[in-house]
Design a protein around this ligand. Structure first.
Ligand code: FE
Length: 247
């Protein structure tokens, strides 16, 4: 599994982990992200059980596990956090932020971890990591009926969970190089997995107001810079979602 530091200003550091060449082909590739601020680390969508050993070894290479105090679980899908009990065995005191409506479902991955759950209200919540503020913001129906994203005001990086996701080959760069070439890799994913044009439009309005410098999805590659962020938001604005192609 590869990793890259995508932001570091001496106060906040963002890592992406992904491009897992050890995983079986039957498992969709995922990106895991970590934010380091002071003596705390938060892992965003830490991944499924099947890839846990690879994520753990890659994370351990660059981050002391004793610093991991928080996890974000954007929604309930198994590739997001079915590794829950494995992580909790290593970080038993960590807090897990997840959409309010999924907490009882997430308990199916490990009910003994439910005392670590922080059910995020529908309107989101502001949290602290080290000395930094982080905003957990709503992204409901994108694609899950309870779905959260995370915005870091200092770096202006948005973790967008499945929004912006693409199915890319394992040798594809972490940062998108050509937006037009990237469209075919994400179009079908959004048409099928995003069920609501109304929710999509509301999300785009919310995200435009934040002026992110990067949009970081859970599959695929990162939209970096104002130009590419706006290209993506404009493209998504014009895309009809909730389509069934029957292929
Ligand atoms: Fe998902």
């Amino acid at each position: 599994m590869d990793h890259k530091v995508i932001y570091d200003d001496g106060q906040v550091k963002w890592y992406v982990f992904g491009r897992d060449t050890q995983k079986p082909n039957s498992i969709i590739d995922t990106n895991e992200y970590a934010i380091e601020a002071g003596d705390e680390v938060m892992i965003l969508d830490p991944g499924g059980t099947e890839i846990f050993p690879y994520v753990l070894s890659s994370v351990s290479e660059v981050i002391g596990l004793e610093k991991v105090t928080k996890f974000l679980c954007s929604h309930q899908d198994p590739d997001i956090f079915s590794s829950l009990p494995l992580w909790m065995a290593l970080c038993p005191n960590a807090t897990i932020y997840m959409p309010r409506i999924w907490s009882n479902f997430m308990s199916h991955f490990g009910k003994e971890c439910s005392s670590n759950f922080y059910p995020v209200p529908d309107k989101g919540v502001d949290i602290r990591l080290g000395n930094e503020n982080l905003n957990i913001i709503p992204a409901h129906f994108l694609h899950a009926s309870g779905n959260i994203n995370l915005f870091c005001p200092r770096s202006r990086i948005l973790f967008s969970a499945d929004v912006g996701s693409a199915l890319v080959p394992l040798d594809y760069p972490f940062f998108i190089e050509n937006f037009e070439d990237h469209i075919p890799l994400m179009k079908g994913f959004h048409e099928r997995w995003m069920p609501s044009n109304v929710a999509k439009s509301a999300w785009i309005r919310q995200i435009r107001s934040l002026k992110p410098t990067m949009i970081c999805p859970q599959h695929g590659s990162i939209f970096k810079g104002e130009k590419m962020v706006n290209q993506f938001l404009d493209w998504l604005d014009n895309l009809e979602v909730g389509l069934l192609s029957h292929d």
